[in-house]
Ligand binder design. Sequence first.
Ligand SMILES: Cc1cc2nc3c(=O)[nH]c(=O)nc-3n(C[C@H](O)[C@H](O)[C@H](O)COP(=O)(O)OP(=O)(O)OC[C@H]3O[C@@H](n4cnc5c(N)ncnc54)[C@H](O)[C@@H]3O)c2cc1C
Length: 803
Amino acid sequence: MKSEARVVVIGGGVVGASVLYHLTRAGWRDVLLIERGELTCGSTWHAAGGMHTINGDPNVAKLQQYTINLYRELERITGQSCGMHVTGGIMLAGTRERLDWLKMAKARGRYLGMELEIISVDEAAKLFPLMNKRHFVGALLDPIEGHVDPYGVTHAYAKAAQAAGGEIARHTRVLDLKPRRDGSWNVITEAGNVHAEHVVNAGGLWAREIGRMVGLELPILAMEHQYLITEDIPALKGLKEQLHCIDFEGEIYTRQERGGMLLGTYERAGVPWSAHTTPWDFAQSLLPNDLERIAPSLEVGFEHFPALGEVGIRRVVNGPFTFAPDGNPLVGPIRGLQNFWVACGVMAGFSQGGGVGLALSQWMVEGDPGADVWAMDVARYGDWATLAYTNAKVRENYSRRFRIRFPNEELPAARPLRTTPVYERLQAAHAVFGDYCGLEHPLWFAPTAQEATEAVTFHRSNAHPYVGAECVAVRDAVGLLEISNYGKFEVSGPAAEQWLSHVMANRVPAAGRIALTPMLNERGKLIGDFTMCRLDSERVFLVCTYAAEVYYRRWFERYTPPAGVTVRPCAMEYVGLSLAGPHSRTLLQSLTRSDLASAAFPFLSFRQLDVGMIPALVGRISFSGELGYEIWVTSDYQRALYDLLSSAGREQGLKLFGGRALNAMRIEKSFGTWAREYRPIYGPYEAGLGRFVDLQKGDFVGRAAALREKESGGKLRLATFSVDAADADASGDEPIWHDGEVVGWVTSGAYGHRVQRSLALGYIPAALAAAPEGFEIEILGERRKAKRESAPPFDPDGRRMRA
Ligand SMILES: Cc1cc2nc3c(=O)[nH]c(=O)nc-3n(C[C@H](O)[C@H](O)[C@H](O)COP(=O)(O)OP(=O)(O)OC[C@H]3O[C@@H](n4cnc5c(N)ncnc54)[C@H](O)[C@@H]3O)c2cc1C
């Protein structure tokens, strides 16, 4: 084994092998993979090898498509068979809701170029004769599902990498990792040390242990997973290979394996494996079978597919594989460590391994993953994702693998975990809470405790009228919203302005003022949107998306602040309440001696002032489009502030409102938000944020690319639509049609209660930006007429928030 390498990839499962191959393909040849046993000896070797393109996040779905299309190329380059069986796949719906969900999945697949088709039960039974039609109401057909041979795929990656100069050291365990002063690593192995510029943790079942070598506790848990293979089924004789099949109601998947069928299940009472540490003596190993545990699923399976129950079981496999709390991979560089990368938590290695390898290699070689990988970025988890939190969430996720996630559904595991001081008060006001980074935040308020639950649905829910009443109160009087769930940073020091001016696209505001700003990467794409609130010459308070805090901190490390600048995350130190509505000034003025008249405290002002006895930071800003204030206090004051505003607000008609109402109101104003309208695949001009990019202020990260985008006009345009919806609004990722063709996708949707119509935001080609007519948005499989709005539907001139 060599003693110097540009990259050491730890782990020779399907993911590590893919990373190695993709690094060589991206031009880095001096790369070494170190595997403690044989390739595939972790969770890879006993996988069922199934592959599919559908994923809840369209960007991950694209990477899955890439993975599947890669296998033929790998076979061609290496001559190593990947054992591909592209049988096509069928997903069976046993209920109307499931069929709605499949219609939604089909619609979402459209703009990704997937050729999915909804078929009837009779058509399904013709294609998949093993099913008992009685249990189903329809199906979705996907022509490019199938399965591969785990050994073949991993060795194909390995061979392709070796042919391009990559090396593989087998039977060599990495024992420890020591950082060097220059950011490189000493990789300490059983067979001597390797000095590497970069290290990739692709340790699969042992990714946590490798993380711990560098002081990292990765949110990963392995679950036991069982599948069985039946003896030969006479009914299959003479038929062409059966389709892959997912039976959602049975919570099982099945495919042909030689003359029999393979049947696996994600049982409700899933069992974690090695909850804290993974034993090193586990290699090429399986776990004892526990058919008892999956008996309920098998019973359903044999009823839904009777031929499977008529033959014996040839083999049972019980093996562990890893999950992150949301089931998506953990990929990317780690904040606080130099040149340390992860590619782990990959629960569907044969659908995702190629995409993970591609994204990570581009990230390492080019400095950018080259795709929107937010859904699998390791930075989406913060300190709150402890091992115990991960345990609860992974078990929940595993048990729900084949269950419907409704657009308005909040999952119960690991809750309540984090609460703000006003939590009990909001609870007493019948708040229905959502979970955001483990933090409880109010979604809407019910009139009574009995009504404070929301039925999950694809249609408008029981919350609809109450959310409507909240919006109307904000429009006509004043509403109070808890806003603690934002990220916050304090940037301070003599060079704070200079540093911010370099990393943000807008000019840093003057003391006492607020400015909105996009943050761009070098390619001029949106990687964040911030509110810069300037307290004084040396102090700026940044408000941003809390879920992206680690992501932002990692970016700030890339553009390390110069000496004299401190960037301090302070999300939970400052909690907040916001007032919105025409009476909000009168209400707040009654509690402070500071002059809040528009002349003294105009729109986009920011000040330290006392509200009653409470010292607060107050910004005059509004995400609802109404006159409004955001009030930030340290957490010890939040209850007092809440009580004060609540009692003083009685005269003004103060009403609590929640995140659902805010979302509807920001859409009425065509205001975007991070991870929906603002993501690293869009430029600021495409996203309608051009007015917040100051090209005159001097150089800043992404300026040259932003200038090019401005000159060319960009390829896309964020547009607002009024939708002729029935009782279901768009919620995101629905296709946008124009003149009979799919031209774009929805990023957010809601019913606009102030304008009384269904609305959606979404991206369309720039060339169509001026077309008002001819659009349709597909909601639950039905194309609904949509009118492109040339201005925000509510208060287009912004008079109300500036009043
Ligand atoms: C029963 C079962 C069925 C499955 N079915 C499917 C399916 O149908 N489709 C699908 O896509 N996925 C399936 N999977 C999941 C799939 O197996 C995983 O997604 C995949 O194997 C993850 O690969 P990996 O490379 O991340 O991890 P692993 O395969 O665990 O590889 C990690 C490697 O790192 C090595 N390593 C760890 N620590 C060190 C160290 N310190 N030094 C050197 N080497 C080290 C290990 O020896 C191991 O080889 C299934 C899993 C199971 C258990």
